[in-house]
Unconditional design. Structure first.
Length: 181
């Protein structure tokens, strides 16, 4: 195991879009994603993110694409936003070759602190495909709870991928955030 060097966090800029597309795709789609445990390759094909969507997230007010870097190299990212007074956590991606080493936990902590400090939101929410039991269990260990709120998967909208099965839907998970001063 290689020694852990310190992670640094920063907001993405438009110049980061190509590297973000590569990272997010490697974590969720195709054979490369199978190196990690977050793969959606058995459920979805197609793109996980595109340049237009990333640009919108980077430029939108009260929205940050947070990058985690080690020694100047991008190793993880997440999209954090204020959506109607609640924090939103999404596009959570860790380089599959580096999953399981604590990077994701550190990025989640940084994202939650960012949302609480920057926007004063009381809770963080996310949506997870509800058949992703191992992933939901990871989030539950990080303090998120299943809300029972289900949302339909956007079949026919290829921005979310091309489904390989017909039983996909999202579940909303939620975590209270500590007040930031």
């Amino acid at each position: 195991m290689r020694p852990m060097s310190t992670l640094t966090f920063r907001a993405a800029t438009l110049a980061d879009i190509p590297a973000l597309i590569t990272l997010v795709t490697s974590a969720y789609r195709g054979d490369a994603s199978r190196a990690g445990w977050t793969t959606e390759a058995d459920m979805l094909d197609g793109a996980r993110i595109d340049a237009q969507g990333l640009q919108a997230d980077i430029e939108r007010p009260r929205s940050t694409v947070l990058l985690a870097e080690r020694a100047g190299a991008l190793v993880a990212c997440a999209h954090v936003a204020d959506e109607g007074g609640k924090g939103y956590f999404g596009m959570f991606s860790v380089d599959p070759a580096q999953q399981g080493g604590g990077i994701g936990k550190q990025l989640m902590d940084a994202a939650e602190a960012h949302a609480a400090h920057e926007w004063g939101v009381p809770v963080m929410q996310m949506t997870v495909i509800d058949i992703r039991d191992e992933l939901i269990a990871f989030y539950e260990r990080r303090g998120y709870a299943r809300t029972g709120i289900k949302k339909p998967f956007p079949y026919g909208d290829e921005r979310f991928g091309i489904p390989k099965r017909d039983d996909l839907r999202f579940e909303v998970l939620e975590k209270p955030l500590a007040a930031q001063s």
